[in-house]
Design a protein around this ligand. Structure first.
Ligand code: BTN
Length: 270
C-alpha cells in the first residue's frame, strides 16, 4: 500500500494527552468499531483509538455496509467512558462530528456542513448544488443493564478516494480528493481530528455542551425534508433538533414528528 497508516508516524504527529495515546493501527480488520467494542469490554481506557487501512465488514447506520477502497480513507473508532446518562450519548456523536468537520477544514480549507443525524457533507459546485456525503458516523454503546460502560464512535471519512472510484461507495458520496484535487495526509488528518476531540471533551467536562453549536451548524434545519425510517417516510419541514439530537419535522397537517434515527433527503428545490 503506497501510504499505509503507520503506528509510529501517527504517534509522532499526536498533540494530545489522552486521545490516541492507546492506539491500535491495523492493516485490515472486519470493522474498527468491532475492535474498539472488544477493547471496551476488556477495560481499555477512554481515549483508545482504532484505525485501519481496510475493513472487510465495515458497518454504516441502519444496517448498511460501509465501503471504502483500501488505503484511501480514514476509518477510525474512538472509545469513550463518559459519565453521562444513556439519553446523552448523542452528545458524543455531535462532538465527534464537529471535531471531524473542523479537522477537515483546517487541513483542506473545505468547510463541510453537518447533515442530520451525523453526516459530513459538502455542496456540489454548480447551480444544482446538491449535498454530497464526505463522512459518516456510527455510534454504538456498551451497557450493563441501564448503565453506560462505554461508547464507541466510529467515523469513516472519504479522503483519497479517486473520483473514478466514488461509484463503489454509497450513492451521493464524495471525497476530499474529489473536492479539492489534492491528496490529504490521513495520519495528519487523524492527529488533527484527535486534537479537536480532546479539546471538545475538555469543554464537555467543563460544562460546555455540544448541542447548541451542533444544532446551529446543521444544514438540515429550515428545509423541506423527507425522513426515511425503518417504518416509513415522513415529509415536512425540519424545524430543528432537541437536546438529545432528535430531529423535529412539521408535517403538512401541522403535527410535529420527532426522529432519533433515520435518513434525511433534502428537497431538490432548496
Ligand atoms: C453511516 O454514515 O452510515 C455511518 C458510517 C460509519 C463508518 C465507520 S468506518 C469506521 C467505523 N467502523 C465501522 O464499521 N463503521 C464506522
Amino acid at each position: 500500500m503506497a501510504d499505509a497508516l503507520e503506528h509510529e508516524r501517527i504517534a509522532s504527529l499526536l498533540r494530545t494527552q489522552r486521545w490516541g495515546r492507546n492506539l491500535v493501527v491495523l492493516e485490515r480488520t472486519r470493522s474498527t468499531n468491532d475492535v474498539a467494542k472488544e477493547l471496551g469490554l476488556r477495560g481499555a481506557p477512554e481515549g483508545t483509538v482504532v484505525v485501519a487501512d481496510e475493513q472487510t465488514a465495515g458497518r454504516g447506520r441502519m444496517g448498511r455496509r460501509w465501503v471504502a477502497p483500501p488505503g484511501t480513507c480514514l476509518l477510525c473508532s474512538l472509545l469513550f467512558r463518559p459519565s453521562l446518562p444513556l439519553s446523552r450519548v448523542g452528545w458524543l456523536t455531535m462532538l465527534t462530528t464537529m471535531a471531524a468537520a473542523d479537522a477537515v477544514e483546517r487541513l483542506t480549507g473545505l468547510r463541510p456542513g453537518l447533515k442530520w443525524p451525523n453526516d459530513l457533507v459538502v455542496r456540489a459546485r454548480g447551480p444544482a448544488g446538491e449535498w454530497k456525503k464526505l463522512a459518516g458516523v456510527l455510534t454504538e454503546t456498551g451497557l450493563t443493564g441501564d448503565r453506560l460502560d462505554f461508547v464507541v464512535v466510529g467515523i469513516g471519512i472519504n479522503v483519497n478516494v479517486p473520483p473514478d472510484r466514488l461509484s463503489e461507495l454509497a450513492p451521493g458520496a464524495t471525497s476530499l480528493l474529489a473536492e479539492t484535487g489534492r491528496r490529504t495526509d490521513r495520519a495528519e488528518l487523524l492527529a488533527t481530528f484527535l486534537a479537536e476531540v480532546e479539546r471538545r471533551m475538555e469543554g464537555l467536562r467543563n460544562g460546555d455542551l455540544p448541542y447548541a453549536e451542533w444544532a446551529a451548524r446543521l444544514v438540515t434545519t429550515g428545509r423541506r425534508v423527507a425522513v426515511h425510517t425503518s417504518t416509513g417516510v415522513v415529509t415536512g419541514t425540519a424545524e430543528g433538533v432537541d437536546e438529545e439530537g432528535r430531529l423535529l419535522v412539521r408535517a403538512a397537517d401541522g403535527a410535529v414528528h420527532r426522529f432519533l434515527a433515520g435518513d434525511v433527503t433534502l428537497s431538490q428545490s432548496e
